[in-house]
Design a protein around this ligand. Sequence first.
Ligand SMILES: NC(=O)c1ccc[n+]([C@@H]2O[C@H](COP(=O)([O-])OP(=O)(O)OC[C@H]3O[C@@H](n4cnc5c(N)ncnc54)[C@H](O)[C@@H]3O)[C@@H](O)[C@H]2O)c1
Length: 253
Amino acid sequence: MRLKGKVAIVSGGSSGIGAAACRLFAGEKAAGIIVADINTEGGLAVASAINEAGGQATFIHLDVSDESAWRDAVATTVSTYGRLDITVNNAGLSLPEGRARIEETSLAVWDEMHAVNLTGVFLGMKHSIAPMRESGGGSLINISSIYGLVGSIGSTAYHSAKGAVRNLTKAAAIQYAPEGIRANSIHPGFADTGMTAKLHAQPGERAARIGKTPIGRMGTPEDIAWGCVYLASDESSFVTGAELVIDGGMVAQ
Ligand SMILES: NC(=O)c1ccc[n+]([C@@H]2O[C@H](COP(=O)([O-])OP(=O)(O)OC[C@H]3O[C@@H](n4cnc5c(N)ncnc54)[C@H](O)[C@@H]3O)[C@@H](O)[C@H]2O)c1
């Protein structure tokens, strides 16, 4: 009952970490969960499984880089469930061509990766704040990455966008703390999800990542989603502007 009475939007809720967050939010008795994604089939499946288990979920088609789609999604959330308390800006994109150094990164890939991974977070926060104010406060949870904290040999645009999400979150935390709206970032380490499935299927890739992870296993979507539950709940009411690293010890080294 950690989220009793609260209404949440989870972008990228059709798969991986976002889908796990939707399921855990339902388990904690959230009053309404908006599964928001460009993947309609996956999102409908997540929402119906929650509803069949007695929860309250609705799928909304949302491209997080589209401002008018965000306006519509937030309006539908409020008209369906009456309020908004939690927005998890989780939708993310890692293009295979984006796994490149600076010189090999095209402007088109750079722009597309920033549109989803950074602009999507900005727009999600921008349009959530007014209804959260109406609710008397709220929790903005932005999914960054360990790659928003440290560098690596490639993934130029991903590092840039995820690093910007880290500090944009702190700016939001300071701007809206007086109104009871908290903003925190989560920094997942390596986890098995839709995003990493192809890479982790390549010989040696998954084992190499486990080898870099002190806890010695791959993360699960639920490992990260439990962090979302904490930051969404009133248990974290004194936590804002924080970075929650959930990575099996990867960046502690
Ligand atoms: N899996 C990892 O190892 C890992 C590590 C660090 C950070 N992350 C971050 O976690 C978040 C969730 O990713 P995941 O690993 O669960 O991957 P995933 O591919 O399983 O889920 C991402 C979801 O985002 C959706 N999405 C993509 N573009 C969108 C758009 N424009 N509008 C709306 N939805 C869109 C996809 O359809 C998908 O359902 C991402 O922000 C990702 O960068 C993942």
